[in-house]
Design a protein around this ligand. Structure first.
Ligand SMILES: [Zn+2]
Length: 245
């Protein structure tokens, strides 16, 4: 098989990262494994190699690969079956640490879906998704800190959860409130905060995530500091009053 035969392979219609429709730039094509290159025989399909090709998106410039499995069609001619793209759901635009993934896997999943909707250009739908993601994050955080109130928190309106369960951390409370306010606009018929949009809500969501991560980290450090093995401190030697924070 020579290079020119690759020209017949179907070219991906869109970039799997930014989803822009286009004829991407072809960078590289190669049979795999190499050793099978000379064994190609249309009567012996099992010996046919896969072909992989690397493309570059004309919009976002990212590289992506398409693999073709070679087989024969009903008439016995060679056919090339491209693999389906799998969009990486965790490929999102905010950084999410493991502590948040453990706290609220629903938040991560819903945010990812909203982000995919936004990338597809579904601007009116993605806002509702981001709002839902915020609700799961805040409620899961409140439940994590108040497990006994799980049924109550699950049924409460988001605003009430923010007021009642985030009052110890005023900055987090305010940040979550703003994110929820803007988010509510995305779900309601009338917009209450017309000057704010999805990018504002995402920015506040991002900061809310950072605050919650910092809170979890601080709580873990406190627990560790009370551990008798921490810095060689003897048991009973550390009370809450002794801690330097
Ligand atoms: Zn792209």
């Amino acid at each position: 098989m020579n290079e020119s035969e690759f020209e017949d392979l179907p070219i991906p219609e869109k970039c799997p990262y930014c989803l822009e429709r286009q004829i991407p730039k072809e960078c590289f094509s190669k049979p795999y494994p190499d050793s099978a290159e000379n064994l190609i025989n249309i009567y012996d399909v099992d010996d046919l190699p896969d072909i992989f090709r690397v493309f570059q998106c004309l919009k976002c410039n990212k590289f992506f690969m398409q693999v073709y499995t070679i087989g024969t069609n009903n008439e016995g001619y060679l056919s090339y079956i491209p693999t389906e793209y799998e969009l990486a759901l965790d490929n999102i635009d905010i950084e999410i640490n493991q502590s948040i993934k453990d706290l609220s896997p629903d938040f991560v999943e819903i945010y990812s879906e909203a982000y995919q909707a936004e990338r597809y250009g579904l601007k009116r739908i993605c806002g509702v998704g981001y709002r839902k993601a915020i609700e799961f994050l805040i409620k899961d955080y409140a439940i994590d800190n108040n497990p006994i109130d799980t049924p109550k928190i699950s049924e409460m309106a988001l605003g009430a959860v923010i007021n009642e369960y985030l009052s110890d951390i005023p900055k987090l409370k305010n940040m979550a409130k703003v994110a929820a306010w803007i988010g509510n606009d995305e779900t309601h018929y009338l917009k209450q905060h017309p000057s704010k949009d999805i990018s504002d809500m995402k920015q506040f969501t991002k900061v809310t995530v950072m605050f919650i991560e910092a809170e979890i980290s601080a709580q873990e450090t406190l627990v560790e500091a009370k551990n008798p093995t921490f810095a060689g401190i003897k048991e009973d030697a550390v009370s809450d009053n002794d801690l330097p924070f």
